[in-house]
Design a protein around this ligand. Structure first.
Ligand code: MG
Ligand code: MG
Length: 272
């Protein structure tokens, strides 16, 4: 059952989502060759706690850390470790925060040093597919419309869309109804309703859509060993339209990227 939120509750989710956005922005300056994902995880945990929140993933379904850290061929749910990042890597960082009983949950795939052009392209397309999906999250549309838009965009670029892992409703639980697949058919699935909040999160592979799981019971990686990217935003349905609760502005600011990609999904301009 979809649990709709009051406008007060949506603001609380926004507060948690923005703590995640700021955490990703902080990490953007730290992601570089030589640093380990465990070091980044420790930085994030302190940062989240300093902002009056609890790391949303730590202990959730017994996950051992604050961040899911998935380099290169890892899709999602990678566990931080002592292996240093190296020049040319990509690292998908998924972060959650819990404050005032509401979760924020969003993700960005970072470049480490100088990344090959074909991998840069994978990141660009995956991020753009996220916005293709968000654009369909409005009154009158259904879950399948978002999935269709993401799938179409990614597959038109020749990439594989992961099927087994999906976006989700977001609120007092990290994973609420509805499931939000990154593939689907137009006009199918649950109808969107005013006041619902979802995490939309395409996981796009450079090669095959097929995945496998490591024996650690967590790490998901591509079956063919090619890279995978993951971008995620938290979005509320307000006045019939998608309203972003999370933002990549802090990441963009740290990386010196100028972007107006989020403007169409904001009722009012953010003040950083
Ligand atoms: Mg996430
Ligand atoms: Mg999520």
């Amino acid at each position: 059952m979809i649990i709709t939120k009051t406008s007060e509750e949506i603001e609380l989710i926004r507060e948690s989502a923005l703590i995640v956005s700021k955490t990703l922005g902080m990490l953007a300056s730290e992601v570089k060759p030589g640093i380990t994902t465990l070091q980044l995880d420790a930085l994030a945990e302190s940062f989240i706690r300093d902002h009056g929140a609890i790391p949303g993933f730590l202990g959730l379904y017994d996950f051992p850390n604050s961040l899911c850290m998935s380099p290169n061929a890892q899709v999602v749910h990678g566990i931080p470790n002592n292996t240093p990042l190296v020049d040319g890597d990509i690292i998908s960082i998924d972060c959650g925060a819990l404050k005032n009983d509401f979760y924020g949950d969003h993700a960005y795939t970072f470049e480490v040093g100088e990344v090959a052009p074909e991998i840069k392209k994978l990141l660009e397309v995956t991020k753009a597919s996220l916005y293709e999906g968000i654009r369909e999250f409005k009154l009158g549309k259904r879950v399948g419309d978002v999935g269709y838009a993401i799938q179409k965009y990614a597959e038109d670029h020749g990439y594989g869309v992961v099927r087994e892992l999906v976006g989700h409703g977001l609120g007092k639980k990290m994973h609420e109804d509805p499931e939000m697949p990154n593939y689907g058919r137009r006009g199918r699935g649950k109808k969107f309703i005013e006041g619902m909040v979802v995490a939309i999160e395409p996981m796009i592979n450079m090669g095959t859509k097929r995945i496998k799981q490591l024996k650690d019971g967590w790490t998901i990686l591509t079956a063919d060993g090619k890279p995978s990217a993951h971008f995620e935003h938290d979005v509320a349905l307000i006045n019939g339209k998608p309203e972003l609760l999370s933002t990549f502005d802090y990441v963009h600011e740290a990386l010196g990227i100028k972007s107006d990609e989020e403007d169409e999904f904001r009722a009012k301009k953010m003040n950083l």
